[in-house]
Write a protein that binds this ligand. Structure first.
Ligand code: GDP
Ligand code: IMO
Ligand code: MG
Length: 422
């Protein structure tokens, strides 16, 4: 491996962090490249659960360097909280974490606007209220504040005055809200600077040098394909590119630096927040998947909507990302289902669709096939051969239908509950 990208292939929460932690053992550098603290990435080692929102999920390996790339929107308070929490557990972060000077900051007004915009719109997205949309909007409007700006006090005050005056006017005129005090925000940002200034670098240059030095780099995606701002179920998406393009723009690496693109794929599908979900099961089976899979948001605690494996979204994921293999997670959760449903494709008004549509406001009907389930607890299985016959058939069915290797299978939350397939 020299440069491997990990991408969520569904609506997020596929178990990416578990896989990042797993692959980190063979990497030198782990890089988060998009999104922000909307992500909730869970790693379980030796029965202890760690949830990361901003810090790359490789941080638990004490000899690895972690990088927050330019494509991330970074909440400085959240980052400090996470660093403190990790260090409290005896894991040193210190100089092992580099932060891009070109990443944009999420400030308190972004989080407030996230709430206000949600409350005032008819088609609520169900955002995580972490300020993601407002921060990426400011980036696009060119009124954002970047991490590197905090290093020069005068420039920082200038940048904040420019952005905040606009925000305070909007708050007063549109929402009848009190203005933010720029001195308070400056204090908060200076606190972040005083603690992290030694970690702020040009990560784009750092990563290019790492490539030349033949370092092994693991790129950690957040969210999943169907939440991509361009390729997802718009408007019910996040505000970044969660597909392969985001890995490039969010780091500054070139497409030719990438060797492998691994799609992390849950053995069923979940979604948190509003928006279309063709294979959602709102009955007993969905409730059972939620309970067995512990499907409650790692960031917000909201119950995740649950449903069946969807080949159409997977074909789309493979195509739009150029996936080289899949890692199949949470296969253990399917134990005990007599029948397992899989959507082979979609229909609209009785007509089969040939692709994942750009818009889902029309009624999409999944066309299901049913496979036989298995009863055995498979969490102790450490090889394909050890799986019950019907579990093997399920994995084979996915692999053959999508014509893609399945490189890893995960059968439980712990690092140990994993085996290599191809
Ligand atoms: P991410 O956002 O893609 O990193 O995924 P999350 O951490 O939000 O959610 C995945 C959840 O499933 C976490 O609670 C993981 O500990 C758990 N998990 C990951 N892989 C497996 C698995 O193979 N089996 C089971 N039962 N749980 C898993
Ligand atoms: P990880 O990395 C699942 C969803 C939210 C909402 C939509 C927009 O843990 O897989 P946002 O706060 O980004 O503006 O919310 O996107 N969402 C996620 N769903 N996993 C995530 O991250 C998500 N990050 C955002 O629920 O529907
Ligand atoms: Mg998650």
């Amino acid at each position: 491996m020299s440069c491997v990208v990990i991408i969520g292939t569904q609506w997020g929460d596929e178990g990416k962090a578990k896989m990042i932690d797993y692959f980190s053992a063979g990497a030198d550098i782990i890089v988060r490249y998009q999104g922000g603290a909307n992500a909730g990435h869970t790693v379980v080692t030796g029965g202890v659960k760690h949830v990361f929102h901003l810090i790359p999920s490789g941080i638990l390996h004490p000899d690895k360097v972690c990088v927050i790339g330019n494509g991330v929107v970074l909440d400085p308070e959240q980052l400090l909280e996470e660093v403190d929490a990790i260090e409290k557990q005896g894991i040193e972060v210190g100089s092992r974490l580099f932060i891009s000077d070109a990443a944009h900051l999420i400030l308190p007004y972004h989080k407030l606007f996230d709430e206000l915009v949600e409350e005032s719109r008819a088609d609520r997205i169900g955002t995580t209220k972490r300020g993601i949309g407002p921060a990426y909007s400011d980036k696009a409007l060119r009124i954002g504040i970047r991490v590197g700006d905090v290093l020069n006090d005068e420039y920082l005050a200038e940048r904040l005055a420019c952005g905040l005056s606009m925000k305070n006017r909007q708050l007063a005129q549109m929402y009848d809200r009190a203005p933010f005090d720029s001195a308070k925000i400056l204090d908060q940002v200076r606190n972040f600077r005083d603690r992290m200034k030694g970690n702020i670098i040009n990560t784009q240059y750092y990563l290019h040098r790492a490539v030349l030095q033949k370092k092994k780099i693991l790129l950690e995606g957040a969210q999943g394909v169907a939440l991509d701002i361009d390729h997802g179920t718009y408007p019910f998406v996040t505000s970044s590119n969660t597909t392969i393009g985001g890995a490039l723009t969010g780091t500054g690496l070139s497409p030719f630096n990438i060797d492998k693109i691994i799609g992390i794929t849950k053995a069923y599908v979940t979604r948190v927040g509003e928006g279309p979900f063709p294979t959602e099961d709102e009955g007993d089976d969905g409730a059972r998947l939620r309970e067995k899979g512990g499907e409650f948001g790692s960031t917000t605690g909201r119950p995740r909507r649950c449903g069946w494996f969807d080949m159409e979204i997977m074909r789309y994921s493979k195509r739009v990302n150029g996936l080289t293999s899949l890692a199949l997670t949470k296969l253990d959760v399917l134990s005990g289902f007599k029948k397992i449903k899989v959507a082979a494709g979609y229909e609209i008004d009785g007509r089969r669709l040939e692709y994942f549509p750009s818009s889902m406001h029309h009624r999409i009907r999944p066309v299901y096939e049913e496979l036989d389930g298995w009863d055995e607890d498979i969490s102790a299985c450490r090889s394909f051969e050890a799986l019950p016959l019907n579990a093997r058939s399920y994995v084979d069915y996915i692999r053959k239908t999508l014509d893609i290797p399945i490189s890893i299978v995960s059968v439980g939350p712990d690092r140990e509950n994993t085996f290599i397939l191809e």
